[in-house]
Design a protein around this ligand. Structure first.
Ligand code: G3P
Length: 235
């Protein structure tokens, strides 16, 4: 499963990319509007950090979407253009696909919509799971149904589980075989954490420190100085 960060913030992308397990970014108009930065600059900087960056059109008519999709796609080869799940959006997809522009169809809330997206030849389909949960429906059920509907046909469209709110959403999406999970930075950070990891590490370090005079140091002093560790473990 690929991990994308759902953010408009370049620093969050930089921090997550340093950890070596980030594959891409999804943005949307709301996320970019929170940042005090021209959107072109933000998208291009993100493209320097990860292989896939999704940027979204804001026009609602096909001609406007086509023009905006061309502008956004021209920013960088790593760009995928998000187009909303509307009939006008589908006219736009038909046009821009011929030009080799990769499309992510966003705001998908039903298996029927997802089936149309695959038939249109989109690169990604983005079902919004958390927003269904928000209105008392079952977001994960939507993902399960999309995976079922796609399976017999081997569609090329990749399923990008979006609007994920917590680590269990990511795990459930992985169990169902979603190709990608996009998540806020907070959820990405939560994936790393477990209280027993912290407790275990703390105990290992305390035990090592107690026996350090006998055990010796792993790194010679010069090497510890070079990585800024000298004295750090000493009381
Ligand atoms: O970027 C699309 C999607 O992930 C939005 O999530 O949390 O605003 O429902 P959310």
């Amino acid at each position: 499963m690929k991990f994308f960060l759902d953010t408009g913030n370049v620093e969050e992308v930089r921090r997550a990319a340093e950890l070596g397990v980030l594959d891409g970014v999804t943005t949307n108009p709301t996320l970019l509007a929170k940042e005090n930065k021209p959107f072109r600059e933000a998208l291009v900087e993100m493209c320097g950090l990860v292989d896939i960056v999704n940027g979204e059109v804001v026009a609602t008519d096909a001609a406007g979407m086509i023009a905006e999709a061309r502008e956004i796609a021209a920013l960088h080869p790593n760009i995928v253009v998000k187009i909303p799940m509307t009939p006008e959006g589908f006219k736009a997809i038909k046009a821009v696909r011929r030009e080799g522009i990769r499309v992510n169809v966003t705001l998908v809330f039903s298996p029927a919509q997802a089936l149309l997206v695959a038939k249109a030849g989109a690169y990604f389909v983005s079902p919004f799971l958390g927003r269904l949960d928000d209105i008392g429906q079952d977001g994960m059920r939507l993902l399960r149904e999309i995976m079922e509907v796609y399976r017999p046909y081997n569609f090329e469209t990749q399923v990008l589980a979006a609007s994920l709110r917590h680590p269990m959403h990511v795990i459930e999406a992985a169990k169902l075989g979603a190709h990608i999970a996009t998540m806020p930075y907070k959820v990405f950070e939560q994936l790393f954490k477990h209280p027993l990891t912290d407790k275990g590490l703390d105990a290992f370090l305390k035990d090592w420190e107690k026996a350090r005079a006998v055990l010796g140091d792993i790194l010679p002093v010069e090497a510890r100085l070079a990585v800024g560790q000298a004295g750090k473990n000493k009381k």
